[in-house]
Unconditional design. Structure first.
Length: 141
């Protein structure tokens, strides 16, 4: 009876180790360098666009008048862009379907600006980041 329980324990241990190997292969390993890059650049999912003043198109819905042009540019980058809101200083905030790194967002913004003479300026929305007091440097007075 003791020999049978040993064999049963061995078979159970082998099957559990096989499951553990499959589970570790399925889980993507996290690279510390990738985590550091994410901490430094959390990315953005908004583009701020300043349009030049034009009397007729200002009164219409931005999603209808400017949306198709911006959607075609975003689609070239594998993104979907939708109108979000008009911010305090008159810039239109356009929301991306996912966060992208700031360098990629800057390329997208430059392409958006170059696409139309109606666009005065376009830039990624640089969100304010929380500073960690333990990692920040104190400057003496």
């Amino acid at each position: 009876m003791k020999a049978n329980s040993n064999w049963l324990a061995i078979i159970l241990a082998l099957s559990l180790s096989a499951c553990a190997v499959q589970a570790t292969e399925a889980v993507q390993t996290s690279n510390p360098e990738t985590q550091n890059n994410e901490e430094k650049d959390p990315g953005t999912d908004e583009i701020a666009i300043y349009f030049k003043k034009s009397g007729t198109s200002d009164k219409k819905d931005p999603a209808l008048t400017k949306g198709p042009m911006l959607q075609s540019i975003a689609a070239r980058h594998g993104l979907i862009i939708t109108f979000s809101h008009i911010a305090t200083h008159g810039q239109q905030m356009w929301k991306l379907d996912r966060k992208i790194p700031h360098p990629e967002a800057e390329k997208l913004s430059k392409e958006i600006k170059a696409s139309s003479r109606l666009i005065e300026h376009a830039e990624p929305n640089y969100h304010l980041l929380r500073l960690d007091p333990l990692k920040s440097v104190n400057i003496p007075n």
